[in-house]
Design a protein around this ligand. Structure first.
Ligand code: ADE
Length: 245
């Protein structure tokens, strides 16, 4: 899979992309990730990417000309400044899935992560400032996604979260293929508790059933604990939904 990240803070991604399984996935060729500085598409000498809002109000708004030009170049694999003919044209046909990270987007869920993991290419566009010109929403974004019901300073943390969640689902990335499906949310429940040695630690014991070798009883116990935890912490996950959750 190829992922293009567009940001005004390219250095932000140095850590997340060079650590752990994401780094391994890149080394092994499962993931081709490219970070682009949005300012490379700015046309003024201050390399500005924002401007004052029409209608007044506090804060600055990210400019449509810069963001649309950046998306057009990346969709078509062109360098900043190379003309795209016609505008918004995409060499391979359809534009790749282009996700705008914004608190007004739909919440990131494991179902959406699975969907994104099925794409050949993803473009993640990180917003900053008070907002993004509405024309970027209209012309560039195929999806608008929020990390949760809180406001971050920008979309970078949300984009890094998408990269991690998507990359661990790519074929060949997780050593133990089963661990991708066993975890929280894949079955609509939070995870059951885990234990390793020692059997007793500071007065806290590993439940007897996990040491019994009875795989049926262990599976039943784990399911019960997962249900119990979900009921206590996330009862909303147990409510019937109209569609895939
Ligand atoms: N940018 C600012 N807040 C955000 C959020 N909650 N999710 C995604 N992008 C954001």
């Amino acid at each position: 899979m190829r992922i293009d990240l567009l940001t005004i803070f390219p250095g932000f991604f140095d850590g997340p992309l060079d650590t752990s399984l994401v780094a391994t996935a890149r080394e092994q060729g499962h993931l081709d990730v490219r970070v682009h500085d949005l300012r490379d598409w700015s046309t003024d000498r201050h390399r500005s990417v924002d401007d004052a809002p029409y209608g007044g109000g506090a804060g600055m708004v990210m400019r449509p000309d810069v963001l649309v030009a950046a998306a057009e170049s990346i969709w078509n694999d062109l360098a900043p400044g190379e003309p795209v003919q016609p505008p918004l044209h995409v060499a391979g046909g359809e534009r790749p899935r282009t996700v705008l990270l914004t608190p007004r987007g739909r919440p990131l869920t494991q179902a959406l992560v699975r969907e994104l993991a099925g794409e050949d290419r993803l473009v993640l566009l990180c917003g900053r400032y008070e907002g993004i010109d509405e024309r970027v929403h209209e012309l560039v974004a195929t999806d608008e996604v929020s990390l949760g019901d809180y406001v971050l300073m920008g979309g970078e943390v949300a984009a890094a979260a998408i990269v991690e969640a998507v990359v661990r689902l790519l074929p060949g990335v997780l050593g133990n293929a089963e661990s991708a499906v066993q975890e929280s949310f894949e079955h609509g429940l939070l995870e059951h508790p885990h234990y390793t040695r020692p059997a007793e630690f500071r007065g806290h014991e590993v439940p007897e059933v996990l040491r019994s070798g009875d795989h049926g009883a262990i599976a039943a116990w784990r399911h019960e604990r997962a249900l119990e935890r979900t009921r206590a912490v996330r009862p909303d996950l147990l409510e019937p939904t109209d569609g895939p959750g």
